[in-house]
Write a protein that binds this ligand. Sequence first.
Ligand code: ABC
Ligand code: CA
Length: 593
Amino acid sequence: MSRAVLGAIAALVGWGCASDALEPVREVRLGTHVEDWRDEILYQIVVDRFANGDPRNDWRVDPDWRALGRYKGGDWQGIIERLDYLEALGVTAIWISPIVLNVDTDAGVDGYHGYWQVDLERLNPHFGDLATLRALVRACHARGIKVVLDVVTNHMGQVFYYDINMNGRPDVLVAGSGTRSAVTHVTEYDPDYDPRGIQAFTSLGEAGPAPIRFFDMPEIFRVPPSPAVLRRPEAYHRRGRVTDWGVREQVLFGDFPGGLKDLATGEPAVREALVDAFVRWVLWTDVDGFRIDTLKHVEHEFWAYFAPEVRRRLAAAGKRNFILFGEAFDGDEALVGSYTAPGLLDSVFHFPHKFQVFDDVFLRGAPTRRIEALLERRETFFGTEPQPDGIGIAPARALVHFIDNHDVPRFLFYTDDPRRLRAALAYLLTQDGIPCIYYGTEQDFFGGNDPANREPLWWSGYRTDGETFRWIARLTRIRRALEPLRRGDFRLRWVSDRVGDEADAGIVAFERVTPSGGYALVVINARDGERRTAFGGEVMRVGEQAPPGTVLVDVLGGERFTVASSGTLEVRVGPYGARILVRESDRVTIPSP
Ligand code: ABC
Ligand code: CA
């Protein structure tokens, strides 16, 4: 066993070594670093895969490039050393994968992603220590980059087994051994859902709730969880693994596939422990928000407690505008939107938008009319009032839009035409809400299902001269320079029902207008061939901010267009191209990347 492993284990079991968490740590001075979250451009980082800055924490690292389910060595120091890269790309906020101690490895897969938490009060030593995490946040803030932490409230890692046969050992049991009945395997690590709770079994039949037994394997950090309230059976729902995602009760109370044990989030002591633990990391590091995992697996009552309580405690410590947004992985707008109801979260990832717009329209060529339908329903399903003491923007106006993430195949897995991706990026970075870019997109990564979509970024050589990198870098500069693109209302001006060779097939055009009259007009062509904002004698009409005679300049290509006396404007756009038009009289300048 290497020195580093021994050191980590020693720290874990508390042998004299300095421990990050359990001793008093001086809190840092908290600040409010964000004015309006819609000004931010998020960049999602899987820490283990972004950059390796510290070889001393490289134990259990498997260098085989095919072994993507193993630790690869990335860490917080690596991010610190690559801030120039992020600045060149032009993103303004990073969301980093979970930071706390995880079950290190299980069934041949490692906890490199961070979602197998075991101790909410200690950091994952693969990524660094508290000093490094603080240094990261400080270095980011010094460059105007905000930091969002990924937190999990739904479950712990695989920290216990259900001792169904009560023999004190984790077994895989064979049930129904009779010749006629089917033979089934029951694993005590991860048994199937039982609404009564997992039952124990003896030769006499069922014997009441199965005891749960925590593992004690410090060499892989598979130890009784912390804080101590999470070592009581009542802290878990104990009903076994979800077998049917269509059953709401299972989705809420079942263990997450992979044996991730579902926390009893209705229990006051559990709720409080979660708030305590995650708020403490903010007090200790000054991060700017939470990306919350698995929203739809936790009952709404929990969010009604968690969100205001986090906001209250942080406000008391001097931090405001702390964003709380989360992941409800679902195509159902009503469900996804429900987490932004009054009193709950500031925002959510817009999964329905990912499916219907980025996948259907930009990837598969569905009519751009889809965008209109989604937009029309938005205010029905997503919160229209800012959350009390939240970020000050209504959830419906601050939705987090994304093309792909670490749980789905990358956009370029489905197409080998990067022009499609660039059209999607143009839309992502000019529409309203908060755009989020998954690391590696800028390098044309094309990985498929998890874990193939979590490629080490160093495979790219961190080049900044690729076409997609440069395209994103230009778009981020433009978004940052043009207030209407960040804060303006979104007004659709042209979408099409057509998907063939028609003049306007694939065109989406929209205006962004601020209350003080700031104006931008965006025209994107999601298809091949030159297209325009006109069809069958009808031409796009523009808003009153661009009256007849107004000259509009494309900040991307430099071309000029004049609004006709009829208040219409015909804009041509090349294959998968985009135009971002501003009034010439506004004399806009965009800094070059
Ligand atoms: C590992 C393996 C996977 C294997 C899995 C069972 O175990 O790598 O190959 O499939 C973490 C790790 C994963 C790891 C898991 C389990 O833990 O990152 O690598 O997977 O060990 C969050 C995080 C995610 C994280 C977890 C767990 C949760 O972002 O990284 O995973 O902490 C569900 C959850 C969602 C979760 C996601 C992975 O699984 O709801 O919170 N993400 C349907 C369901 C969704 C489901 C989705 C994907 O499939 O409704 O609930 O997400 O499995 C639309 C429908 C949707 C539908 C999609 C596919 O189609 O409207 O409802 O989603 O049209
Ligand atoms: Ca749950």
